[in-house]
Design a protein around this ligand. Structure first.
Ligand SMILES: [Zn+2]
Length: 445
């Protein structure tokens, strides 16, 4: 963005009575639907209290019958507050209790081996903590999973007898306060000299719903939905600031793009609807696109400066575009993973990078159909992903896996995944500032 345009944008914010502040004390809170992920794959053979065919009033958890030796992952970020090694035949056997934010705890019992984590270790959502087994009071390989808030069993809100669940998929229930109340610090990871380095911006948001965009300032602009408002974190006057835009927003997903105007444009999912957000000299505006969705959205700018987006709605990829003064949506027919991002590489539709079946996949449109192909790159369960176009004809991908940041790109004709040597545990989003530099990766954690 031209400096004068940037200044006008900042003045617009000032006119709106916008105050630079952090989000401490911001008001709560959505229900954080589906914030936790399934810790294991298998069939639910018992819920809390047993099943109609076999009531067990003293049974306090969800039994997920899966193959012995299969991974068990942490359902959410937290701290290991109990770790027991017990190869005997009583109680929970080898097990782990993780304490999360806002009074939530999860317990994972009957592990085949000693837990793969240590006491007081901070673990991230999707991190492998042990293997399915049948130690303790167990008659076959299964995970006994307890999910409580303030000591009360709540797992039956998200599980039913006979259901089949998949490790890494979302647990379909509300987790009030789990994400929204957690204060996160925005970190920036970029190449300085010859090495990737991770630094704190010093800016805090109380949300994991954020998006970054290159507005030409030399840093990423970060937009987040927290405490009922749209917030804007950016470098102004040589320092990072976080501004309340004054626009009310309760987004569960959002994605910002630069269409060559003074302020970013944003597509956001709010209350089951896809909203279009833009700023001008009169402030920020929000309008409904006419599209219903509860999914995750990722927007791109096309060659003609129009916006398109890809949406993960229930594991299926949809394309959103504008034409004739209206927004349109159509299914691509392709499966898409929880971790995905759209990127514009040319042509009439965005490409998508996603994790499916534990591998990084590329999805694109030919003139007649959508195509999905595996890159062959293995990605850890629960990874956060961001993709960008840095030229060269192939997208580049960053993944935050089990606390570490990786870069995946096509090198010498083959997909290659490289450790950056830096940490990233939260959701990530990256911007490419041009000039052949490496991107800047932002994480809220
Ligand atoms: Zn059980």
């Amino acid at each position: 963005m031209h400096p004068r345009v940037r200044r006008r944008f900042m003045e617009t914010l000032a006119v709106l009575g916008i105050i630079a502040t952090t989000l401490f004390g911001a008001s709560p809170a959505r229900a954080d639907y589906a914030a936790m992920m399934q810790p294991a794959s298998g069939r639910v053979t018992y819920v809390v209290g047993g099943c109609p065919s076999d009531p067990r009033p003293t049974h306090m958890g969800i039994d997920i019958a899966g193959p012995g030796g299969a991974p068990i992952v942490a359902a959410y970020d937290g701290v290991v507050t109990t770790r027991v090694v017990n190869f005997g035949t009583s109680g929970y056997g080898n097990h782990v209790l993780i304490t999360h934010a806002s009074g939530y705890t999860t317990l994972y019992a009957h592990m085949q081996q000693a837990p793969a984590v240590v006491l007081n270790q901070f673990v991230t959502k999707g991190q492998t903590i042990g293997l399915i087994g049948h130690t303790g009071n167990s008659f076959g390989d299964h995970l006994h999973f307890e999910l409580k808030r303030n000591g009360a069993n709540i797992a039956n809100q998200g599980y039913s007898c006979g259901q089949t669940v998949t490790r890494g998929h979302a647990i379909a229930m509300d987790f009030p306060g789990l994400q929204s109340n957690a204060t996160r610090t925005i970190h920036e990871t970029a190449v300085h000299g010859v090495a990737w380095k991770r630094m704190s911006t010093g800016q805090q948001i109380s949300s994991s719903v954020f998006t970054t965009v290159n507005m030409g300032t030399g840093w990423g602009d970060i937009l987040s939905s927290s405490g009922g408002y749209l917030w804007h974190t950016l470098v102004s006057g040589g320092r990072w600031v976080t501004l309340n835009s004054g626009l009310s927003l309760n987004a569960t997903s959002m994605s910002a793009v630069n269409v060559g105007q003074a302020s970013p444009q944003i597509l956001a999912v709010e209350d089951g609807r896809l909203m279009h957000i833009w700023g001008d000299s009169n402030g920020w505006h929000k309008g409904w696109t006419g599209i219903h969705t509860t999914g995750k959205v990722s927007a791109v700018v096309m060659a003609n400066n129009s916006i398109q987006a890809m949406i993960n709605q229930g594991g299926t990829l949809y394309q959103v575009w504008t034409g004739g003064g209206a927004w349109h949506i159509a299914s691509s027919g392709q499966p898409v993973g929880d971790a995905f991002e759209a990127v514009y590489m040319g042509g009439s539709a965005p490409q998508v990078m996603t994790v499916l079946n534990g591998q990084l996949h590329q999805i694109w449109a030919t003139s007649t159909e959508w195509v999905t192909m595996s890159t062959g790159i293995v990605i850890a369960p629960g990874a956060s992903l961001t993709a960008l176009n840095m030229g060269g004809g192939w997208p580049q991908v960053f993944t935050a896996e089990a606390g570490n940041l990786y870069q995946t790109a096509v090198m010498n004709g083959s997909w290659t995944r490289m450790a950056t040597g830096t940490q990233a545990s939260g959701p990530i989003d990256a911007v490419y500032l041009g000039g052949g530099e490496q991107p800047r990766v932002y994480a809220a954690e």
